[in-house]
Ligand binder design. Structure first.
Ligand SMILES: Nc1ncnc2c1ncn2[C@@H]1O[C@H](COP(=O)(O)OP(=O)(O)OP(=O)(O)O)[C@@H](O)[C@H]1O
Ligand SMILES: [Mg+2]
Length: 349
């Protein structure tokens, strides 16, 4: 029944007939949506013998509003969920992310939202721009480091591994399990690494690149495995994230618990991104229309999935934020030298 609080939604609960299972309803959800003349019908079942059919009358993601100011460290509300709730990227709870999708699906827009959201925060931002610098160079004033070739990424990854090892040593000495348990005077600045186009790190034009690729792939994987405890977080964007890129990508994928799947051209990319989620999530990812860039299927920690849309954040808006908060970008040499950095947490401690 349409609830006054959500006039755009309608829900009915049914008792299943003998022999029926919720999947019988899920299988016909799309046909139900057609015959009811609504945007979508989602089927859930919270008790045996009962199913709930929730219809969304209009697509709530056609217009989603604007990026709000972030209020918590390492947490950015990047868009809106189909349920009306906020779509949040919180590196403290989910340290590493995969952001996949076809060309023009909205991956960079989401990276822009993160840059704009994180720019005013006491964090170091690092860019791996394997599109030759065209993506992140405009944001350089707020970046502590920027690599635009695989060789540069390799160098920066070596730095990140060194940084992680140093931080590990400090934590071990003081008996802390992670940087957040360190006393404020010792706590280093969190580092968010944005990667755009992940596949370029793994693609081999000829055999001579084999060793370089193996080296960067190992370093990136180490950062993913140990970064969480030591305040180094990854946000990896790419059109392709499949196993055809080699075992390094498969291992990296396993470390990225945050999964975002924008519109895809092939079902494999959706499967690779979302893993063994509910098949309905994969269908939903395949059904994202080109006319709605920024719409994505987002897998959350609790195994749930949501359809969501990022707030539109133009390159100009992200660039503006990068210039406005350029002073907050710690120099990479200071990050490497473990200069303590005042964070909101350390101020209150
Ligand atoms: N949430 C959104 N709302 C409105 N427009 C959006 C949204 N996300 C992206 N767009 C628009 O869609 C277009 C493509 O977006 P974007 O550049 O982010 O795609 P992409 O996935 O990074 O593509 P590529 O793989 O080619 O880099 C842009 O013109 C962008 O402005
Ligand atoms: Mg892009």
């Amino acid at each position: 029944m349409a609830s006054p609080a959500h006039p755009a939604r309608l829900a009915v609960t049914l008792h299943t007939l003998e022999g029926q299972i919720p999947a019988d309803y899920a299988d016909v959800a799309e046909r139900l949506a057609h015959s009811w003349g609504v945007h979508a019908v989602r089927v859930t079942s919270d008790k045996p013998g009962r199913v709930r059919l929730a219809a969304t009358i209009r697509d709530p993601l056609v217009r989603v509003g604007q990026l709000p100011a972030s209020t918590e460290l390492l947490k950015v509300t990047v868009g809106r969920l189909e349920t009306g709730g906020p779509w949040v990227v919180d590196f403290r709870t989910v340290p590493h992310w995969l952001n996949a999708g076809a060309t023009q699906s909205g991956k960079s827009n989401l990276a822009n939202a993160l840059i704009a959201g994180l720019a005013p925060q006491p964090v170091a931002l690092v860019g791996f721009d394997l599109k030759g610098g065209v993506e992140f160079t405009p944001y350089a004033p707020r970046l502590s480091a920027l690599a635009t070739t695989r060789a540069e990424c390799g160098g920066l990854l070596d730095d990140l591994v060194t940084l992680m090892t140093d931080r590990m040593g400090v934590c071990r000495m003081t008996g802390a399990r992670n940087i957040w348990q360190l006393p404020p005077t010792l706590r280093p600045v969190p580092v968010v690494v944005l990667v755009d186009e992940l596949a370029e790190l793994y693609l081999m034009a000829d055999k001579s690149e084999k060793d370089e690729i193996a080296k960067t792939s190992t370093a990136l994987l180490r950062v993913a495995q140990l970064g969480r405890a030591f305040g180094i977080y990854l946000f990896c964007c790419g059109q392709r994230i499949g196993s055809d890129l080699g075992p390094g990508v498969t291992a990296l994928r396993a470390q990225c618990s945050g999964r975002i799947c924008h519109r895809v051209n092939d079902p494999e990319t959706a499967t690779m991104t979302l893993g063994d989620l509910d098949p309905a999530a994969l269908d939903s990812a395949r059904a994202i229309a080109a006319e709605t860039p920024g719409v994505a299927i987002v897998a959350s920690q609790d195994g749930q999935w949501y359809r969501a849309r990022s707030f539109y954040v133009s390159e100009a808006a992200a660039e503006h934020a990068a210039h406005t908060y350029a002073d907050l970008a710690p120099a990479w040499t200071d990050v490497m030298a473990a200069q303590p950095y005042e964070t909101p947490d350390s101020q209150s401690a």
